[in-house]
Ligand binder design. Structure first.
Ligand code: CFM
Length: 539
């Protein structure tokens, strides 16, 4: 194995050397070395606008709202108000799966759009939106319709909320709108927040029923990509937890309505759903903890903390038995595969959560993380939630509504006393806590926020990792450079990778990817040793 460069500061200089001075100065603030556990973490610039002209990995606000947060709910008609491209390109590409349920009501295979054209841009699109809602209702009679605005809607000023209100009165079903124009924030992250606000305002807590089960939890920020939520559901059920609602993988609008019946909120993807966790705690008194079901050890740890919360010996014992049984299966596979993956290297640049979570799975294979970064996460996802009070509110974040939430007069019920929470915190529950990505990555590792295309190519030249994780926009460029790329957004048709069975799937897939010989064979003829084709002009 070749020796890998380790001086992050030197490599950083090389990365930005060719950029114009102003650009280099700005990018420098988003690139830094990891730190050891317990060391102070320096501030990383994140959640700021991408420099115009730079090829970013990021998506838009509409993508975060419609594609990410609300899209995976199967029985809400998610209607895009905009030109057809926005609806079309967000149609089924994320691989969020669902079980169609006993009623078979599943709208995920459809792309609903008002198909705005020049005529609507000039004369307004509200009439068309009303007609589209009516048509969707006539055809499907859904329980809920959610409307998403795209860039032109914001520019021409269609009042989608007024349309939603009148159509809700007319049709008698839940209809709400999201002002998630693509340009609204610096990335898809703004769209998450907008969707969280609307779910909170229009859906959560709109139905009161007794939910059976002693240990009721919600899973926040789990979107069932490649079937991850199915595996997590399997494990939770085996341990004895009752899953009330998942936001929003394999979910229904009815689940959202009764989510306030849960006694604990668990947060998988902190970036996209932490807003709902916070608001539900204020409004209903439900505490939340950060969990991670990516990685076998991380899954076991999360289950233990969840069981500890309910302080029930039977649940704790059953959870321990499940962990023991599942880890044994995992260990057999790790023992087989690790000798082949030990010491290999990986880099991962993705999203606002997975670039951190997936480090666990690589470590379980004995692999080293050379570098990682998020596309659109905020400082708290990098440095830990303790930095929240120090994050400056800028014009872009002020653009997104901050809901004022108060305890619900009838439904607020503290699940634990302050003393009980403090005692559980001492046992490692860590309520409202998230340590972020940087701490523990080590000073040899590189952390880069909103990595761009140029930096990606440079990094690959310098580090030559055994595997690179990103998305479809990067995939073929990276592979043309002779390095396998694992898509961490849609899993390349693979998965699930969550939980224990997911970990096993991951080990096998990564083993195949880093050990195949095919990458050595892709040198172009002019790069290969030996005779080259030559030609000369003969006059
Ligand atoms: Fe959360 Fe996600 Fe992610 Fe995300 Fe996403 Fe995604 Fe992602 Mo793609 S919600 S932040 S906006 S874990 S779609 S399921 S893979 S970038 S790391």
């Amino acid at each position: 194995m070749s020796t890998k460069p380790t001086n992050v500061e030197e490599i950083k200089k090389e990365l930005i050397a060719k950029m114009p001075t102003k650009v280099a100065r700005k990018r420098a603030k988003s690139i830094l070395p990891g730190t050891e556990v317990g060391e102070p973490i320096p501030e990383i610039q994140s959640n700021v606008r991408t420099i115009p002209g730079i090829i970013t990995q990021r998506g838009c606000t509409y993508a975060g709202c419609k594609g990410v947060v609300l899209g995976p709910s199967r029985d809400i008609v998610n209607l895009t108000h905009g030109p057809i491209g926005c609806g079309f390109y967000s149609w089924l590409t994320r691989r969020n799966q669902t079980d169609a349920g006993p009623d078979g009501e599943n709208f995920i295979p459809y792309a609903f759009s008002t198909d705005m054209t020049e005529h609507d841009i000039v004369f307004g699109g509200e009439k068309k939106l009303r007609a589209a809602i009516q048509e969707a209702y006539d055809n499907f009679h859904p329980k809920a319709i959610s409307i998403f605005s795209t860039c032109p809607v914001g520019l021409i000023g269609d009042d989608i909320h007024a349309v939603a209100r009148t159509m809700q009165e007319e049709l008698g079903i839940t209809i709400f709108a999201n002002s998630c124009e693509g340009y609204k924030g610096v990335s898809q992250s703004a769209g998450h927040h907008i969707a969280n606000n609307q779910i909170m305002k229009h859906v959560i807590g709109t139905k009161d029923v007794e939910v059976e089960g002693k240990f009721k939890v919600n899973m926040l920020g789990e979107y069932n990509i490649g079937g991850d939520a199915f595996e997590i559901e399997r494990i939770l059920e085996k341990c004895g937890f009752t899953l009330v609602a998942t936001f929003s993988g394999n979910s229904t609008v009815e689940d959202f309505r009764i989510a306030h019946a849960a006694d604990l909120n668990t947060v998988m993807c902190h970036r996209s759903l932490n807003y709902v966790a916070e608001m539900m705690e204020t409004k209903y008194g439900i505490p939340w903890i950060k969990v991670n079901f990516i990685g076998a050890e991380a899954s076991a740890k999360s289950l233990r903390r969840m069981a500890a919360y309910f302080e029930d010996q039977e649940l704790i014992d059953r959870t321990e038995a499940v962990i023991a049984e599942e880890l044994e299966k995992v260990k057999t596979v790790v023992d087989e595969i690790k000798p082949r993956t030990d010491g290999k290297t990986a880099m991962l640049f993705v999203g606002g959560s997975r670039a951190h979570h997936y480090q666990e799975l690589f470590k379980e294979l004995g692999m080293k993380i050379l570098g990682a970064g998020y596309e659109f996460a905020h400082r708290d996802d990098y440095e830990g939630r303790h930095v929240l009070p120090t994050i400056k509110i800028d014009a872009d974040s002020r653009n997104i509504e901050e809901l004022e939430i108060h305890p619900d007069p009838e439904r607020f019920k503290p699940r634990k006393t302050e003393a009980e929470l403090a005692k559980l915190n001492e046992q490692g529950l860590d309520f409202k806590g998230y340590e972020g990505m940087i701490g523990g990555m080590g000073k040899d590792a590189m952390v880069i926020d909103d990595i761009n295309h140029y930096e990606t190519e440079k990094l690959l030249e310098i580090y030559k990792p055994d595997i690179f994780c990103a998305g479809i926009k990067e995939k073929y460029i990276v592979q043309k450079m002779g390095i396998p790329l694992k898509q961490l957004h849609n899993y390349d048709m693979g998965g699930p990778y969550a939980g224990f069975n997911g970990a096993i799937n991951w080990y096998r897939d990564i083993d195949r990817m880093v050990n195949t010989k095919v990458w050595n064979l892709i040198k172009a003829p002019w790069q290969a040793d030996g005779p080259e084709l030559e030609a000369t002009y003969v006059a």
